[in-house]
Ligand binder design. Structure first.
Ligand SMILES: C[S@@+](CC[C@H](N)C(=O)[O-])C[C@H]1O[C@@H](n2cnc3c(N)ncnc32)[C@H](O)[C@@H]1O
Length: 234
């Protein structure tokens, strides 16, 4: 159990982040792809890690990892004592090859095709960047129930997604942040805070804008599994 979750369980969650151990990530590492280094300007990984309170030794699930941008960063951040589950169900071959080839900072990454493969009550953090909108609306309650079962009591669920003018906009690959909040809290998560760190007021919320998708107007929402909710599936 991380210090953050322990503090949460004993009611001291408001302790400033600066009181927690600082983590380091070598974003300039030689083996890190140039495209990922370029993306750092708009994805602000160190600021996001700090906002999430990630610590060495944490267990993190990266949901729909894509090429593995966050997977690589989490691997370095949590260090050799930590654990990263990198999940992808959509053309996962290159992600699997990246993990299998040892091209991660630490040998602490496990590929999973489905979040159900993660051990119950094992995660400090479940994270998803621009994939929540893809979860089939009819499957959202069951999906969130499974996800909650994978978190430790007090564990965090952080959702980043492209802001929509309204509702779920599957054509534009966007979702309005109020929809995310209402669905996730309905599943029994507590809303902790939202951040405008990845907001972009210049985005008109229309279209996926593939050529600039890393700089869309993104919501960033932190939820928590109740600290007194133990066990896995009910
Ligand atoms: C915007 S990327 C984000 C990937 C990763 N989370 C990141 O931040 O780099 C969206 C990812 O969603 C996945 N994807 C695309 N279409 C999908 C679908 N219909 N259902 C589930 N996942 C899909 C692909 O893996 C794609 O890389």
């Amino acid at each position: 159990m991380s210090i953050r979750i322990l503090l949460s369980c004993i009611g001291l969650a408001l302790l400033p982040q600066s009181a927690l151990a600082q983590i380091t990530v070598d974003l300039d590492a030689e083996g890190r792809p140039a495209a990922e280094k370029e993306r750092d300007a708009t994805s602000k990984p160190m600021e996001v890690l700090e906002w999430m309170g990630v610590e060495e030794g944490d267990a993190i699930l990266d949901i729909q990892s894509g090429g593995g941008y966050h997977m690589w960063i989490f691997s370095d951040a949590v260090g050799p004592e930590g654990k990263v589950y990198s999940q992808s169900s959509f053309r996962p071959e290159s992600l699997q090859a990246r993990i299998a080839s040892g091209a991660t900072p630490e040998a602490n990454v496990t590929y999973v095709s489905d979040i159900a493969e993660v051990p119950d009550a094992s995660l400090d953090l479940a994270f998803t960047d621009r994939n929540y909108h893809d979860v089939n609306p009819g499957e959202v309650p069951a999906w969130l129930e499974t996800l909650k079962a994978k978190l430790e009591p007090g564990g965090l669920f952080v959702v980043i997604d492209a802001e929509a003018a309204e509702g779920r906009d599957l054509e534009s690959h966007r979702i309005a942040s109020d929809v995310i909040v209402s669905e996730v809290t309905a599943a029994g998560f507590e809303l902790v805070e939202e951040s405008d760190m990845l907001a972009n007021p210049a985005d008109d919320h229309v279209g996926p804008k593939w050529d600039q998708r890393d700089s869309l107007d993104r919501s960033m929402i932190k939820f928590q599994k109740p600290a007194d909710e133990h066990g896995g599936h009910r």
